[in-house]
Write a protein that binds this ligand. Structure first.
Ligand code: ANZ
Ligand code: ZN
Length: 804
């Protein structure tokens, strides 16, 4: 009689044993493998099955590496500063520190149910002063290096969160957090000069083993473009307007010029007749949010009344203002070539501005243009000296030619902007700067860090653009660290991204109070080998982390300049019909009940079985039954076989090596859902085999158990014991397959007469043609009634006899 599978008993047993005897230990000899999860924000909703999926994927990968002889760094922590905790505090009157701690406790309990290899000794929490001491330390270093600076300018402002936002936090013109439309507000801000790293952030993408999609998103975000600045004199004035263009080849086709309404010269270009309309237009544009401005709607604009002179051919071009030109890109002014640019075409059509073609597609001028011809391919026309040149060639050479003519210069532009780094909110790291009337901005001395976040009575954002910290006089008023005179503390806090930009470094040395990370530990354990998390972080967190890592490399704090060698983005688990799981939609599936009813092992496998790990998948609880049945059947097979203790057969050996090969290959390519289906397929094969042989040999079952152990660690550990092993399955070695053992000795081939299959026979794979045909004829002897005219044997495939 075999013991039935009782997932609760088995899982509880091994949970306790592993706690006493961890399976992943650093013996100082094994190579390290650092497998990192994107750490969670401890929200009050707890984890749903979608979060679980990512953690299961990373744990499977970690355990696989463990079985391949590595010591695994697999830490977990909390990204706990930020708006949600603060908004919750405002609503419920609970201190964010308290609600955060409660949420951490709950999620930690849930995470523990995954039975992942997390090493809780390494835990970090971004809101812990011993952690944010170093977040502040990095800021002070950046300040000293001139990378953190103050600037007043119109920033993205969320009227509902009452705080400024980075460009990266504005999605389609809406606040990434709450979905409100983002407006503009003039505020004094702390900025980080990430643009200084633009080229390195772009070029070093080549070093990374990341999904191409994410690399592309980053390079688009950095947005390097090559072009020229061209200076257009203003008619009747001593001034010039510089435009930025990526298409200097089209310079002869510029029939007007457009300035952003915020351009410094916008107002002075107005004439008496146009002044009123120009000022109205500038005012209206300043009131519009970026969504309104950038959305693809009908173009608006106003003619200033002034003209510029095309420096190449002396043509007079009217100067307009329009909000489709952005103030903070290039020079905030453009030359417009309606024949070859879509937006310019639309604008020119609307305002009746002439359109001059300068590139003849396939050598012909287009009659009745209905849209711009935007490709840089064709022959130049209407372009003076440039006529006859190939546009693509000219595009590359024109910047140099323009420079030689003294009418402009070759330039490079980036879309990447400096990072708006202050938030007018309470729940974040205080920016460690003191404003002294005599000395200006003075950083808090490094030995005085952390600068602790004080308690406040009200977390309400003031809405004036000041943080609630501004209301605490005894905190704000301080002594200048430089001159000792009266000074005031900076009251803005850091954005949520601050802690997450470097937390992965701290895990390997989280108790060090002297350094962010010691040289010794950094050398030993860093950088991250595999990073697993959602794709939504492609340009925010993943770009910031790279920037921080490069900065820390530059100041000698670490000696590598890319944080994450390999990246895997898991897809999202959604509710029915692809709807994102959320409390408000009422479609959140909690893992808790499933763990209770089916066990951790079943849920782990089912999380992988729902679909390719990189794709989104709809959750449906019902499928977990099938996984549960699979584990039950496997359990019974091992129990029965262990008792029967049969010797291995040729087929069992072959199956073993095929299994090892198939599982390893799929695991290596991260095809985790097909790993699961392979396990099921082999399980069925073994059960069928066991019906004939009375059981499966121990070596085959042991290999199976090792292969299964990263996926279903508890049942694997239990069955490993049942098979008579007395150490942990995780101390075993990942098995290797033997190509020869996988080969078939015999193959089944159809025997055909005149192309019709009459029998199927089993023959040795290396049989000679004569023998194969002889055997074939024997099998269909009674049907061979005519004269044989041809005998064909396609090795391992078919025998065909042709008769008349
Ligand atoms: C003339 C021209 C002719 C252009 C043509 C394009 C096609 P990227 O690749 O994004 O750098 N531009 C420049 N500054 C701008 C601003 N502040 N706001 C809006 N548009 C701006 O694109 C650069 C091109 O975008 C520039 O090249 C300019 O238009 C426009 F057939 O100049 B082009
Ligand atoms: Zn001072």
């Amino acid at each position: 009689m075999t013991v039935p599978y009782n997932h609760r008993a088995v899982e509880k047993k091994w949970h306790d044993i592993w706690e006493e005897h961890p399976v992943n230990v650093d013996d100082g000899k094994k190579p390290k493998y650092y497998c990192l999860d994107m750490f969670p924000y401890p929200s009050g909703n707890g984890l749903h099955v979608g979060h679980w999926r990512g953690y299961v994927i990373s744990d499977v990968w970690s355990r696989y590496k463990l079985l391949n002889g590595y010591y695994i760094i697999h830490p977990m922590g909390w990204d706990a500063f930020g708006l949600p905790a603060e908004n919750y505090a405002i609503k419920m009157g609970v201190h964010p520190a308290k609600s955060t701690a409660d949420n951490v406790a709950n999620i930690k309990r849930q995470i523990n149910e995954i039975a992942a290899l997390y090493d809780w000794d390494r835990e970090v929490n971004t809101t812990d002063p011993e952690f944010y001491k170093w977040t502040q330390w990095i800021f002070v270093k950046m300040f000293k290096e001139g990378l953190a600076y103050e600037k007043e300018f119109p920033i993205n402002w969320c009227p509902s969160c009452k705080t400024g936002l980075a460009n990266e936090e504005v999605v389609n013109g809406k606040c990434e957090r709450c979905g409100s439309e983002v407006t503009k507000k003039n505020l004094r801000q702390w900025m980080l000069r990430i643009t200084k790293y633009a080229d390195r952030l772009l070029n070093d993408l080549d070093k990374l083993d990341w999904p191409e999609k994410v690399k592309k998103m980053q390079s688009d975000w950095i947005g390097k473009s090559y072009g020229a600045e061209v200076e257009f004199p203003v008619e009747g004035k001593d001034e010039k307007i510089t435009v930025y263009t990526t298409r200097p080849d089209t310079l002869h086709g510029a029939t007007f010029m457009v300035l952003a309404p915020e351009h410094a010269m916008a107002k002075e270009l107005a004439t008496d007749e146009t002044r009123e309309a120009v000022e109205q237009y500038i005012y209206d544009a300043s009131m519009k949010s970026n969504v309104d401005r950038l959305q693809d709607k009908e173009k608006t604009g106003v003619f200033t009344g002034s003209y510029a002179i095309n420096p190449l051919n002396g043509a007079k071009v009217p100067i307009w203002l329009s909000d489709y030109v952005l103030a903070d890109y290039g020079t905030g002014a453009i030359m417009c070539v309606p024949a070859h640019d879509d937006r310019d075409f639309e604008f020119a059509t609307k305002f009746n501005i002439p359109i001059i073609q300068v590139i003849a597609k396939d050598g012909k001028e287009i009659e009745n243009m209905t849209e711009a011809y935007t490709e840089a391919s064709g022959t130049m026309i209407n372009s003076g000296d440039w006529n006859g040149m190939e546009s693509s060639v000219l595009k590359k050479e024109a910047p140099m030619m323009i420079e030689k003519m003294g009418i402009g210069r070759k330039t490079v532009n980036f879309k990447l902007r400096d990072w708006v780094f202050s938030r007018q909110r309470y729940w974040g790291e205080p920016i460690p700067i003191v404003h002294c009337p005599k000395c200006g901005n003075v950083p808090v001395p490094e030995e005085e860090l952390p600068l602790r976040l004080p308690d406040v009575e009200s977390y309400e954002p003031t809405g004036t653009g000041e943080s609630p910290l501004a209301a605490i006089d005894e905190w704000v008023n301080c002594k200048c660290p430089a001159c000792g005179g009266p000074a005031k503390r900076e009251t803005n806090t850091m954005p949520q991204w601050a802690g997450s930009s470097w937390y992965f470094l701290r895990y390997v040395d989280n108790k060090n109070d002297k350094e962010l990370v010691s040289k010794e530990k950094a050398d030993k354990y860093l950088p991250v080998d595999m990073y697993i998390g959602g794709v939504e972080h492609a340009v925010l967190h993943l770009l910031y982390s790279r920037f921080y890592t490069k900065f820390l490399y530059d100041i000698g704090a670490i000696d590598f300049d890319e944080p994450f060698h390999k990246l895997f983005n898991q897809g999202m688990i959604t509710g029915k019909n692809g709807i994102k799981m959320s409390k408000s939609k009422g479609n959140v599936v909690s893992p808790d009940d499933l763990v209770r009813d089916y066990g951790c092992d079943s849920l782990r496998i089912y999380e992988l079985f729902v679909g390719p790990p990189e794709l989104d998948a709809e959750w449906d609880d019902r499928g977990i039954d099938g996984v549960y049945r699979f584990l039950n059947r496997f359990w019974k097979l091992v129990q029965d076989s262990a008792e029967a203790n049969v010797a291995e057969t040729k087929e069992m050996v072959k199956l073993r090596h095929c299994l090892i090969h198939d599982i390893t290959e799929r695991l290596e390519s991260f095809s985790l859902n097909t790993v699961v289906s392979k396990f099921m397929e082999y399980n069925n094969k073994m059960i069928d085999m066991a019906k004939k042989t009375g059981g499966i040999d121990k070596e085959t079952l042991s290999a199976y158990v090792i292969l299964l152990s990263p996926f279903a660690p508890h049942i694997a550990e239990e069955l490993w014991q049942v098979l008579g092993h007395d150490t942990s399955v995780f101390a075993a070695k990942w098995p290797e397959h033997d190509e020869d053992a996988m080969k078939d000795d015999e193959v089944e081939v159809p025997v055909q007469i005149n192309g019709k299959t009459r029998a199927v026979i089993s023959i040795p794979v290396d049989i000679s043609k004569e023998d194969a045909i002889a055997k074939g004829k024997e099998a269909v002897a009674d049907k061979l009634t005519g004269t044989i005219v041809k005998e064909i044997y396609v090795p391992k495939k078919i025998i065909n006899i042709v008769q008349k």
